[in-house]
Design a protein around this ligand. Structure first.
Ligand code: HEM
Length: 158
């Protein structure tokens, strides 16, 4: 996540120093584009390296198919975005490719966020004490105010 955030910030500095950083009279970032682009691409490599390590760890421990599917999508969009970035750089940042590159950034963010969400999925919520009403926040109680599970001794998951 940190490497991706760094890649995005570095990309914005490349734009800030280049021809697409605003109207011609807008002051540009006073830094060499070549160096900024190298930092930008270097952070992408760090991101891909972290992704590869994560994949190896998951391969050893095992993760659900859905996580693998989303993992593959992140690789696909990140590599495509990297290829597009290199191409636009070599071609002198033509507007059309730069627009696609910005769109690609969004796809990389969405795919990475989707992968992150998949790793946070803990399955359906199960509770031994179903709530009685919206916002009650307390276990189901019987007529005497005694929780249902204590009164009946029924602790089965419903
Ligand atoms: C996952 C990979 C990448 C992501 C997420 C990414 C993201 C970004 C972002 C967010 C910007 C700023 C766009 C803006 O502010 O308008 C940008 C600009 C740029 N990126 Fe990347 N980038 C990636 C890979 C690369 C690579 C590998 C290269 C080239 C080696 C590259 C070259 C550039 C260049 C030249 C710009 C400036 C374009 C302009 O003139 O506005 N990018 N990138």
């Amino acid at each position: 996540m940190a490497a991706l955030a760094g890649t995005l910030v570095a990309g914005t500095t490349v734009t800030g120093a280049g021809p697409h950083g605003g109207d011609p009279d807008v002051p540009r970032l006073d830094a060499p584009i070549t160096t900024l682009t190298e930092v930008h691409a270097g952070l992408l490599l760090t991101f891909l390296l972290a992704l590869a390590v994560l994949g190896l760890l998951w391969w050893r421990t095992g993760v659900p198919t859905d996580v693998w599917r989303r993992y593959a999508v992140v690789w696909g969009v990140a590599l495509a975005q990297g290829g597009l970035g290199s191409l636009q750089y070599r071609l002198g940042v033509p507007e059309g490719l730069v627009s696609l590159h910005v769109l690609g950034s969004m796809l990389v963010i969405v795919a990475t966020a989707a992968l992150w969400c998949a790793t946070r999925d803990r399955g359906p919520v199960v509770s031994a004490t179903p709530a009685t009403g919206a916002g009650s926040g307390s276990p189901a109680t019987g007529a005497a105010g005694v929780p249902e599970t204590e009164r009946t001794g029924d602790t089965s998951v419903r």
